[in-house]
Design a protein around this ligand. Structure first.
Ligand SMILES: Nc1ncnc2c1ncn2[C@@H]1O[C@H](COP(=O)(O)OP(=O)(O)O)[C@@H](O)[C@H]1O
Ligand SMILES: [Mg+2]
Length: 279
């Protein structure tokens, strides 16, 4: 892979998104331009309703832009695909399947005979099982593998969602406020685990969050969106903190505080007045 492709692994070019609503056309995003490098961890942050999920859904290929283009690994994003796995806030697990089965389903779809395009190289049951076991182990869920979603905590459900995404060996991991519904301690634990997993898998990650500390702790780059309607990228902050990162050590690190303040200034000073106008 050449350097150009590495630096511009994901390219978002002049993207706009409008939605047709009962009240007319609603402009959600405009003029969004962004390059994401291979292996980069990018946070999308902004006030509620600004268009974070809209942008993530475009990268996921769940929606198509009204104008502009999105490219991943030199190919235009035309729909969803296993190379861009998504983790949603509400985990979206099938409640009648065990944790193991929820993950196995995705493994089988991507690597098993169910996938027509790769059917020729379909893996056997033992190989699919090994992939499922490995993904569950990666998120520390081996002991809960045979439990159903109704029998496990919110944090564990999110872990299944992450395992299900990682088992596909995606090029890009897309996460929409994956820890937003969790209590603070569980959230911290999962953030730390995600840091370790990403260090291991070298995944490219785009994560939507509205949590400033989460953005600074995890990211290489924080993309700050202006308030909608017609939201766009207001500022991009590079977070040059060495890895591995330790939340306790970073708590009184001056550079960490500097990044934190930059995001808070953007959200609560520069974007605050717009919020009042639209509130
Ligand atoms: N399918 C849709 N139809 C109409 N409006 C939408 C649709 N999806 C999102 N929106 C609007 O676009 C704006 C951005 O939404 P969203 O991306 O979900 O915000 P965020 O994730 O930042 O909270 C909001 O005003 C929302 O109401
Ligand atoms: Mg959202």
């Amino acid at each position: 892979m050449n350097e150009h492709l590495n630096e511009k692994f994901i390219q978002i070019q002049g993207v706009a998104q409008t939605f047709k609503t009962a009240k007319g056309v609603f402009p959600a995003l405009r003029d969004v331009d962004l390059n994401i490098a291979k292996g980069e961890f990018v946070a999308l942050i902004g006030h509620s309703g600004c268009g974070k999920s809209t942008l993530l859904n475009l990268i996921a290929g769940l929606t198509v832009p009204t104008s502009g283009a999105l490219i991943c690994a030199n190919r235009e994003i035309k729909g969803p695909g296993p190379e861009r796995a998504v983790v949603f806030q509400n985990h979206s697990l099938l409640p009648w399947l065990t944790c193991y089965e929820n993950v196995y389903l995705a493994v089988e779809r991507v690597f098993g005979a169910a996938n027509k395009s790769t059917g020729v190289n379909a893996e056997n049951k033992a190989q699919l099982k090994a992939r499922t076991d490995a993904a569950l182990a990666l998120v520390g869920l081996t002991p809960a593998a045979q439990k159903r979603p109704g029998e496990i905590s919110g944090g564990m459900k999110q872990r299944v969602g992450i395992a299900r995404a990682l088992c596909m060996e995606p090029k890009v991991l897309l996460m929409d406020e994956p820890f937003g519904a969790l209590d603070a301690l569980t959230r911290a634990k999962l953030q730390d685990e995600l840091l370790q997993i990403v260090a291991k898998t070298q995944s490219t990650v785009v994560m939507v969050t509205h949590d400033v500390d989460e953005a600074v702790l995890l990211s290489d780059k924080i993309v700050m969106l202006t308030n909608g309607p017609a939201a766009t990228i207001g500022e991009v902050l590079s977070v040059d903190l060495p890895r591995p990162r330790n939340r306790v050590q970073l708590a009184d690190d001056s550079q960490y505080q500097h990044y934190r303040k930059a995001v808070i200034d953007f959200l609560y000073t520069r974007q605050a007045h717009v919020e009042k106008l639209t509130a």
